[in-house]
Design a protein around this ligand. Structure first.
Ligand SMILES: Cc1cc2nc3c(=O)[nH]c(=O)nc-3n(C[C@H](O)[C@H](O)[C@H](O)COP(=O)(O)OP(=O)(O)OC[C@H]3O[C@@H](n4cnc5c(N)ncnc54)[C@H](O)[C@@H]3O)c2cc1C
Length: 469
C-alpha cells in the first residue's frame, strides 16, 4: 500500500463526526503524540487519529483505506521495533479509550484498548483480582495480550492471552465483530498470540483470578561476583517450586538509593525479583531454600501490594530512551548458559540495562497447544536482555552488545519466542518460527479471510498468502 499525501476534504469529512482529536504535523501536540516508548523510533505520520470509541476507529480506518494510507495501530506504544507509529500514513491511536469494568461476582473485566497495565491492575485489585499482566505498568494491555502476555503470574494463571474470554474487533472492512469461543472462534484462536494481524481490537474481556491485594513481593540482592552461585541456587529452587512462585533472576545495576547498602549502590548486582502469590507464610516458605542457600545482602522480599510488584521495574524502563531487547526460550538453565549470561553481563555499560532469567512451566504449559495460536514453549526458562541507555550517541554500540549476547546464547536456546519479544532481524523467518509451519498456515488462512489486502501489516506480519512475496 502506498503512502500518499492527505486529502484535506477527506480529513474534514472524518473530523465532522470524530469524537477524539485529529493530530496533523502542525498541531502543537504532534511531537508528543507521535513519540513512543522506544526513543530510537522517530517517524512522522501524516495524521494521528486519537480515537475515543469504536465509531472513531471505524471512521479513521475508512479514511486510511480510501486514501491508500499506511495504518499503524497504537495502544500502549511499547512496540520496540516501533510498529505503533508510521512514516507518512495514519496512526490509529487508541489511548483515549480508557474504559474498564470489573465484575467482581463473575470475576471478569471488560477493558478498552487504550488501557495500560497500571490502570487495569488498580481497578481489578480493588476486588483482590488480577489477570497476568506486563511487568512494566506503562505497557498497553492491548498489544501485550495479542502477542502473548508474560508476567509474574504466568506460572499460576497462564499467559494473559490464556485468560482472554472475548474481544470486540474492527475488521479491515470496517465491520465490528465479536470473537470468542462461540462467535468467530477461529478469529478468537488467532487473536491469542497472532498479534494485530486480523483487525483492531477495541475491547477485551478477561477472566480474573484471586490475587493479593498483598502478596510476597520485592527483590533480593547479592554482589555481582556471586552471580554463578545465586543462579545455580535459583535453578535448584525452581526445579520443583510451586506455580505460585513468580520470580526471575536478574543481572542488573543496583539503584543509588538509600535503601541499598552503600557498597552495592550503583554497582552491578545479581537480583531475584517478582512475587509469590497465596498465603504469605506459605509463600515465604516456598522461597526459603534460596534464602538459606545464598543469604541475600539486601532482602526486600516481603509483604507488599500486588500493584507495587507490578511497578518494581518501572524505574529501570523509563519511556523515551533508546531501547533494544532480545529474548529467547531456553530448554534448561545449563551451567554453560549461566556462564554466557554472566560473562556477557559483565560488559554492560548502561545502568538501565537488565538481563532477566524467567522460569516457565506451570499453567503456561497446561493450556493445550491447539487451543490458541500461541505455541507452548518447549522450554523451562526464557532469557530477556532489556537494553536501555540514556545517550543516543551510543545506539550502535549498545545494540551490538545486545545482539552479541543473543548470538552467544544461540546454542542454549530453542525457537518459538512469542511475538511480544521479537525484534527487527529477519522478521518473516522469526514470525514463522514463533508459530511453527502448521499454525502459521492456519494463521495465513485466517489472514486471507479477515484481512486479504494486508491493511494491518505494520506489525509482525502474517500473510496473506496471496500477497506473499
Ligand atoms: C518496557 C517494556 C516492558 C515489556 N514487558 C513485557 C512483559 O512483561 N510481558 C510481555 O508479554 N511483553 C512485554 N513487553 C512487550 C510488549 O508486550 C509488546 O511490545 C506489546 O506489543 C506492547 O503493547 P502496547 O499496546 O504497549 O504497544 P503498541 O506499540 O501500542 O502496540 C504494538 C502493536 O500491537 C498491535 N496492537 C496494539 N493494540 C492493538 C489493538 N487494540 N488491536 C490490534 N492490534 C493492536 C499493533 O500491531 C501495534 O503496532 C514489554 C515491552 C516494553 C517496551
Amino acid at each position: 500500500m502506498a503512502v500518499s499525501a492527505l486529502d484535506a476534504a477527506a480529513v474534514e469529512g472524518l473530523a465532522a463526526n470524530f469524537g477524539g482529536e485529529l493530530i496533523a504535523p502542525e498541531h502543537e501536540r504532534y511531537d508528543s503524540a507521535r513519540s513512543i516508548f522506544n526513543g530510537m523510533i522517530d517517524r512522522r505520520p501524516a495524521l494521528i487519529a486519537q480515537c475515543t470509541g469504536v465509531a472513531d476507529v471505524i471512521g479513521a480506518l475508512r479514511l486510511a483505506r480510501s486514501q491508500g494510507l499506511d495504518v499503524a495501530v497504537r495502544a500502549g506504544g511499547h512496540s520496540l521495533p516501533g510498529h505503533s507509529v508510521c512514516e507518512g500514513g495514519l496512526v490509529i491511536d487508541l489511548r483515549p479509550m480508557k474504559g474498564i469494568r470489573v465484575d467482581p461476582a463473575a470475576r471478569t473485566a471488560t477493558v478498552q484498548a487504550g488501557v495500560t497495565w497500571g490502570e487495569l491492575d488498580r481497578e481489578t485489585q480493588q476486588f483482590g483480582l488480577a489477570v497476568t499482566g506486563g511487568r512494566v505498568s506503562t505497557t498497553g494491555v492491548a498489544g501485550l495480550t495479542l502477542g502473548s502476555g508474560s508476567g509474574w503470574l504466568e506460572r499460576k494463571y497462564g499467559l494473559t492471552a490464556d485468560s482472554l474470554l472475548s474481544a470486540d474487533v474492527v475488521t479491515a472492512g470496517g465491520e465490528l465483530v465479536r470473537a470468542s469461543e462461540r462467535e468467530n472462534p477461529e478469529l478468537f484462536w488467532g487473536l491469542r498470540g497472532g498479534g494485530g494481524n486480523f483487525g483492531i481490537v477495541t475491547s477485551f474481556e478477561f477472566r480474573l483470578h484471586e490475587v493479593g491485594p498483598i502478596v510476597l513481593g520485592g527483590l533480593m540482592v547479592w554482589e555481582r561476583s556471586r552471580a554463578r552461585e545465586v543462579l545455580r541456587a535459583f535453578r535448584e529452587l525452581m526445579r520443583d517450586a510451586p506455580e505460585e512462585v513468580g520470580i526471575a533472576a536478574g543481572l542488573v545495576t543496583a539503584p543509588p538509593e538509600p535503601f541499598v547498602p552503600e557498597h552495592l549502590r550503583g554497582q552491578p548486582v545479581t537480583a531475584v525479583i517478582g512475587c509469590v502469590v497465596g498465603a504469605l507464610e506459605e509463600a515465604a516458605e516456598m522461597v526459603r531454600p534460596l534464602r538459606e542457600a545464598v543469604p541475600p545482602e539486601l532482602d526486600m522480599l516481603g509483604p507488599m501490594p500486588y500493584t507495587a510488584v507490578q511497578r518494581l521495574i518501572d524505574a529501570a524502563n523509563p519511556p523515551g530512551l533508546p531501547g533494544y531487547f532480545k529474548a529467547e526460550f531456553m530448554p534448561e538453565l545449563s551451567d554453560e548458559a549461566i556462564e554466557v549470561l554472566v560473562e556477557r553481563g559483565e560488559e554492560v555499560t548502561s545502568p538501565l540495562t537488565a538481563v532477566l532469567i524467567e522460569p516457565l512451566g506451570g499453567a503456561i504449559n497446561r493450556v493445550p497447544d491447539a487451543d490458541s495460536a500461541l505455541s507452548r514453549p518447549r522450554a523451562a526458562y526464557a532469557y530477556h536482555v532489556l537494553g536501555i541507555w540514556p545517550d543516543p550517541a551510543e545506539n550502535e554500540r549498545q545494540v551490538a552488545w545486545v545482539r552479541g549476547l543473543a548470538e552467544a546464547m544461540k546454542p542454549h536456546t530453542v525457537p518459538g519466542m512469542y511475538l511480544n519479544f521479537l525484534i527487527d532481524e529477519d522478521p518473516t523467518a522469526r514470525v514463522r518460527a514463533t508459530f511453527g509451519e502448521a499454525k502459521y498456515a492456519r494463521l495465513e488462512a485466517l489472514k486471507n479471510e479477515w484481512d486479504p489486502d494486508n491493511v494491518f501489516r505494520l506489525n509482525y506480519n502474517i500473510g496473506p498468502s496471496a500477497a506473499a512475496g
